[in-house]
Design a protein around this ligand. Structure first.
Ligand code: S3P
Length: 445
């Protein structure tokens, strides 16, 4: 996929941020709602869907596989599913744009149906490893042809007679786990996924909500997730909670800019996603959760954040999976903390939308911050005032762009990102939302 013209943006030192930040719906849950809706029999009604490009690409893909997907209002969508095993062969190539979650979950969802589909994506997605998903899909009986190194474009011929699979994920990855579970839906018998460390569990929760028989046991070898194949999935209304990974940006901005107080309502508090907020508490951040409640099978609460002195911390590798998407903004925040922050066990960051260890390290250096990196760690030396003044390369990565724009709100000189356009993949209203709080973000000089 070709990429639109780059959109450079500059963030400048801002006065206190104040107000309510209604961040968008959770990206992970939005993808899963569309995919499970397409595999259910009947109509799934979704509210609060993230209308970012990643999710819109998944909606288009579900249409291409035969589901009827309609937008009925802001964040309101209906999906008329075709049932497990009911996917039709798409007429054209499935373009998943920038979305690793989209392409990996959809490849899983079609791999046990006897149809052929070809997947592609943008320059970032085409660099990312797909063998981690296509290897287990081949065990079900799917035939896979990929570019060198297991990269997109990839063609999958779904298994005619799928067999169930018992698979231990070689890296902590909810995308790999979910791809195997979605493939297991149309295999007879029990498909088992074993993960050494807990990763986000939205697929398991939503499958249970749609009536599948699925159980998770915590054993000595890790979490053992067992799914019974060939269920009839029954549509469920899905209220998508607000994305904690998107909430992390206004949260960090409020913590960095003196005098700020920001409220973020209805944020998912799923325990497999809360690592960033636990680290903030370790750093001494002034954050409070109010009105804890349950919405659509997920715990949610309102988050209140106030600026306050932050201290550097060591982030243990066991935390990584529960905050994997929050390391870029944590690295930016750490630059403003007192002392040093060390993030351990973060090698997976090298295969995200960009090599996020490298992108953050180079960008922070361009802003005058001292950093050290190893293959699987990043160290950031905090300073009383970040000099700023640099231009940071975002490498088609929304979270790198948002992280440096937040840092620019608290640095001495402005910070420019070379391309803010990827922000639309996960947080289309980032700019108006941040400006509404008082953030000075505008065209690059
Ligand atoms: C996601 C899982 C994570 C995360 C991504 C969304 C998901 O990727 O980085 O943004 O929705 O399952 P991995 O599972 O590859 O770590």
């Amino acid at each position: 996929m070709t990429h639109a013209a780059p959109q450079p943006l500059t963030a400048r030192r801002s006065g206190p941020l104040h107000g309510e930040a209604r961040v968008p719906g959770d990206k992970s849950i939005s993808h899963r709602a569309l995919i499970l809706g397409a595999l259910a029999v009947g109509r799934t009604e979704i509210t609060g869907l993230l209308e970012g490009q990643d999710v819109l690409d998944t909606a288009a893909a579900m249409r291409a596989f035969g589901a009827r997907v309609e937008r009925t209002g802001e964040g309101r969508w209906t999906v008329d599913g075709v049932g497990v095993g009911g996917f039709a062969e798409p007429a054209g190539v499935i373009d998943c744009g920038n979305s690793g979650t989209g392409v990996r979950l959809i490849m899983g969802a079609m791999a046990t149906t006897p149809i052929t589909a070809t997947f592609t994506g943008d320059a970032s997605l085409s660099r990312r490893p797909m063998g981690r998903v296509t290897d287990p899909l081949a065990l079900f009986g799917a035939k896979v042809v990929a570019r060198d190194g297991g990269r997109l474009p990839i063609t999958i011929r779904g298994a005619l007679d799928p067999v169930p699979v018992r698979y231990r994920t070689p890296m902590p990855s909810a995308q790999v786990k979910s791809a195997v579970l979605l493939a297991g839906l149309n295999a007879p018998g029990e498909t088992v996924v074993i993960e050494a460390e807990a990763t986000r569990d939205h697929t398991e929760r939503m499958l249970a909500g749609f009536g599948a028989t699925i159980r998770t046991e915590v054993t000595a070898e890790g979490r053992v997730i067992t799914l019974t194949g060939r269920p009839e999935l029954r549509p469920q209304p899905i209220a998508v909670p607000r994305d904690p990974s998107s909430a992390a940006f206004p949260t960090a901005a409020a913590l960095m800019v003196p005098g700020s107080e920001v409220r973020i309502p209805g944020v998912s508090r799923n325990p497999t996603r809360d690592g960033f907020f636990l680290v903030l508490e370790d750093m001494g951040a002034d954050i409070a959760w109010e009105n804890a409640r349950e919405e659509g099978g997920e715990p949610v609460a309102d988050l209140v954040v106030r600026h306050g002195g932050l201290k550097g911390v060591e982030v243990a590798p066991e935390r990584a999976a529960s905050m994997i998407d929050e390391f870029p903004i944590l690295a930016a925040l750490a630059a403003t903390a007192e002392g040093t922050t060390v993030m351990h066990g973060v090698a997976e960051l090298r295969v995200k939308e960009s090599d996020r260890i490298d992108a953050m390290a180079r960008g922070l250096e361009a802003c005058g911050v001292r950093v050290e990196e190893t293959r699987d760690s990043l160290t950031v030396h905090g300073m009383a005032e970040v000099p700023g003044g640099g231009t940071c390369a975002t490498h088609l990565d929304h979270r790198i762009a948002m992280s440096f724009l937040c840092l620019g709100l608290a640095s001495r000189a402005p910070i420019t990102v070379d391309d803010a356009s990827p922000i639309a993949t996960s947080f289309p209203d980032f700019l108006p939302l941040m400006r509404g709080l008082g953030a000075m973000i505008g065209d690059a000089p």
